[in-house]
Design a protein around this ligand. Structure first.
Ligand SMILES: [Zn+2]
Length: 391
């Protein structure tokens, strides 16, 4: 088979418009068929509607845990973005490969697939697992059912390498995220009689203020972790809706907020604080006017932070595989938090930069793609043992 270069495979992968809202099955079937030609079997984990699937494959021995090469197959939409190239057709210009998902993160997937013949020939002592997921861009949702199965297997993976774009620098940490919706149900009346109603917008404002106070508390120096930017957990309100007309006391107001939590800080503490404040301070006042009013909190999405200790043996191996000991952190979230949470030490390291991710004219350089191919060669050598010296 000649068509196994990362460049050729990237071209194929970019051609599947796997925007999160649409099916990823054509891409998954392409990967399944490609692997089948190399005598690699895979398992597919479908969603309930069978419109999307995760793919999991193992190369090498099956009686021990191995190295997971993990990435998501979905991409963010291109709606409303001004592209100079067709986003779903790979274009090359001045050493850059353009297309939706080239950086985030089909470049990595292409490099992993291109290395499969190498893994197959290498007589691996440590197995290499491929874990390709869906619905990452909408809250790391798709990978969860696959992880639930892997966690229960007798031979749990040893390590996980997630190829989100980090310029091929190993990243051992990122913040976790909790997104929530708060709904305030007030009581409407003519605005001339405002005190007889319960103004949902005004109570929502108090709740939002409370969130800001919590954020200020979390920003105090004693909570800082200098590895992150900003070095503390943050809280912000991003969407608000409420009211119908100025002369009606608003009956409802809804707002969405998120917590970006340092690893080790439980973002749910923020939601609990808000709940307690609502119960103790606001609801009694609201109910003194009208009884059928309420404040409801609902989680929208959540993923844990990632914090692999940089001085661990695992980190040493990961640094060798990634070809760099310059450990960093990133601001964006990944599926790494979930792998880590499942007890699988994880590093994020992939070609390209998130500066290009999610934007028009997204690209990965040919140099970065080649760098990723070299990383795959190091992984093949390491997994084939004996363990090479670092450096
Ligand atoms: Zn991504």
């Amino acid at each position: 088979m000649s068509e196994t270069t990362s460049r050729y495979l990237l071209e194929q992968l970019i051609g599947f418009a796997t925007v999160s809202r649409d099916s990823n099955l054509e891409l998954i079937e392409f990967v399944r068929d490609y692997l089948a030609q190399l005598d690699v079997e895979c398992e597919l984990f479908y969603n309930a509607e069978r419109t999307k699937a995760n793919l999991f494959a193992t190369i090498g021995p099956r009686d021990r845990g191995g190295i997971v090469l993990s990435g998501h197959t979905d991409v963010v939409p291109v709606d409303g973005q001004a592209w100079s190239f067709d986003p779903f057709k790979l274009s090359e210009k001045e050493g850059r490969l353009y297309g939706r998902g080239t950086a985030d993160m089909k470049g990595y997937l292409a490099s992993v697939l291109a290395a499969v013949p190498l893994f197959v020939e290498a007589e691996l002592q440590i197995p290499v697992h491929l874990a390709f997921s869906y619905d990452e861009e909408v809250g790391c949702l798709g990978v969860r059912p696959m992880l639930a199965v892997l966690e229960k297997r007798k031979h749990k993976p040893l390590l996980c390498l997630i190829g989100e774009p980090t310029g091929l620098k190993p990243v051992l940490g990122h913040k976790g995220k909790l997104a929530m919706r708060c709904q305030v149900i007030g009581a409407p009346c003519h605005s001339a009689y405002a005190p007889y109603g319960v103004n949902a917008i005004q109570y929502a404002a108090r709740l939002i203020n409370r969130l800001e106070e919590i954020g200020e508390r979390l920003a105090q120096p004693e909570h800082h972790d200098a590895r992150f930017d900003p070095p503390y957990s943050t809280v912000q309100t991003g969407v608000i809706k409420g009211g119908r007309a100025l002369n009606i006391v608003p009956a409802e107001c809804e707002f969405d907020f998120e917590v970006r939590a340092l690893p080790g800080f439980d973002a749910n503490e923020v939601a609990e604080d808000l709940q307690t404040y609502a119960q103790a301070e606001l609801l009694p006042r609201m109910r003194a006017v009208q009884s059928d009013v309420d404040i409801l909190l609902e989680p929208l999405s959540e993923y844990p932070g990632l914090a692999t200790p940089p001085d661990s043996e695992t980190a040493r191996i990961l640094a060798m595989l990634c070809g760099s000991e310059e450990f960093g952190t990133v601001a964006f979230g990944t599926e790494g938090g979930l792998f880590n949470h499942a007890g699988i030490p994880t590093v994020v390291c992939g070609p390209g930069s998130m500066d290009q991710g999610h934007k028009p004219d997204e690209y990965v350089t040919i140099e970065q793609l080649r760098g990723c191919d070299s990383m795959m060669e190091r992984i093949a050598r390491y997994a084939a043992g004996p363990m090479p010296a670092i450096g």
